[in-house]
Write a protein that binds this ligand. Structure first.
Ligand SMILES: [Zn+2]
Length: 460
């Protein structure tokens, strides 16, 4: 019995998937050029202008005779859909990325955010890590597969969507509702999310595969009161005074910690990398959090705190008139709350409403999203683990919960297993999505191009 198991382990570690012959020197050069050119197309959202980006990607795919089409919910807001189907029996795999980028404040950048300049081994531009890098890595996989004329067991779909950053319903949400026939047969999807987290010395900390994400719960607080001259404050509380009391009640409230399965696995996995005293605590995070000293310590770190409880961030306070000598009759504040998978937004809002009782502050939702999650024990997870082992022997593959939200939520609704996995090696400081001076090292980028191809091959 033991002997058989041993043989099986040896065999499975030597099983390799059929791989096309690739001239990697040429392919790397090609990928870098494509990324540079793609970064030069301004797809800042708003307004988006994604069709320009979609057309660029389309031109590269059509050169290889890959079937593709652009779908627009509104003029200029293009979504690009392409696929390679060689008649395989397995259900399709979707490679998802978004075309739009967040605005860049040019004056804070050392290089033009739309220059795509290659300088000292780094490619600069808004979208270099979110998600034009992922798009080109996925696109290169399509091109290489098509050129190889390989027989695929699984159709591979390339989907570049509009409007991920603003979410006004013309991107992934629209595609899944208006054209479900394009995607609903798929079994798996690879999207933005976690990266290959590396340490400053270059060692791999872990391969992050996000199977779940928190839900957006954006709320507005509003108070009204007497208006007047600042020199004659009224006896009764003003709108701003009420709002301040309400805000205090809410910021003093700390939602209790909760450990969802993906987070439990994440802590158990990274336990090995902790100091001897922390090892035990991380390995059994559920129990450890009962110790108030430990809980307090861990909640000081936003990256851990964000995945252990529903969060509330006060993000703005405003009045219609902001003048030093005017008492405004109205005051509002916004709260960016993020809820763990399984949390009920109605209960959460009701809880905050309860806290505000007697303050005269009203609460109303601005936007309520949904949390979503996919199972962990799947062929895609195993394939990622295999690719991780191929590139970084013994590397940890784990499941960080995404505190932010992505388009995966729309595809999970269709029953597709979605993972946030970007196969690029990045340290925490190199994750520059939405930050000034967004850029990616060529070595990190081309490593991702190779891993993406190997991952798709491993899924055949
Ligand atoms: Zn993104």
């Amino acid at each position: 019995m033991i002997r058989l198991a041993t043989i099986l382990i040896i065999l499975s570690s030597h099983i390799a998937w059929a791989a096309p012959k690739v001239d990697w020197k040429a392919a790397e050069k090609e990928a870098v050029e494509y990324l540079q050119q793609y970064l030069r197309i301004d797809t800042t959202n708003p307004p988006g202008n994604e069709t320009a980006g979609a057309k660029y990607l389309q031109s590269l795919l059509e050169k290889e005779a890959i079937r593709c089409a652009i779908f627009e919910a509104k003029p200029g807001r293009g979504n690009l859909y392409a696929y390679i189907d060689t008649g395989g029996k397995k259900r399709p795999l979707i490679l998802l990325n978004h075309i739009d980028v967040v605005p860049a404040e040019k004056k804070f950048w050392k290089e033009d955010p739309f220059s795509g300049v290659l300088k000292e081994g780094e490619i600069w531009g808004r979208g270099a890590t979110d998600t034009k890098n992922l798009a080109i890595a996925q696109l290169m996989t399509m091109l290489i597969l098509k050129r190889s004329r390989m027989k695929l067991n699984r159709t591979v779909i390339f989907l570049a969507v509009a409007d991920e950053e603003a979410g006004t319903g013309v991107g992934a949400e629209w595609i899944t509702k208006a054209h479900p026939e394009l995607v609903q047969k798929a079994e798996f999807l690879i999207n933005e999310g976690s990266v290959i987290r590396t340490l400053p010395d270059g060692r791999v900390s872990y391969y992050g595969v996000s199977p779940a994400e928190k839900a957006v719960c954006w709320l507005e607080l509003k108070a009204s009161g007497p208006a007047g001259h600042g020199a004659f404050p009224p006896f009764e509380p003003t709108a701003l005074q009420k709002l301040v009391v309400g805000i205090n009640r809410i910021t003093e409230y700390h939602p209790q910690t909760e450990v969802v399965p993906a987070v439990e696995k994440f802590f158990a996995d990274i336990a090995k990398q902790q100091t001897p005293t922390m090892k035990m605590k991380f390995a059994n995070i559920r129990e450890s959090l009962k110790d108030p000293t430990f809980a307090q310590e861990i909640m000081k770190q936003p990256s851990y705190a964000s995945i252990l409880h529903n969060t509330i961030a006060l993000t703005s306070v405003s009045t219609p008139i902001a003048k030093v000598n005017v008492i405004p009759s109205e005051a509002t504040a916004t709260l960016d709350c993020r809820l763990l998978p399984g949390a009920n937004p109605t209960d959460f809002v009701a809880k905050l409403q309860g806290l505000l009782e007697g303050t005269g502050v009203e609460i109303r939702p601005i936007s309520i999203g949904e949390s979503s999650s996919s199972p962990i024990n799947t062929d895609l997870f195993k394939a990622i683990a295999r690719v991780a082992g191929q590139y970084d022997k013994g590397a940890l593959v784990t499941t960080p919960l995404l505190a932010s939200s992505t388009d995966s939520v729309y595809f999970r609704k269709l029953g597709i297993t979605c993972y946030g996995f970007e196969p690029f090696k990045l340290t925490e400081d190199q994750e520059l999505g939405h930050a000034h001076n967004e850029r990616i090292a060529v070595s990190s980028f081309v490593g991702g191009v190779k891993r993406m191809l190997d991952l798709v091959l491993a899924m055949q």
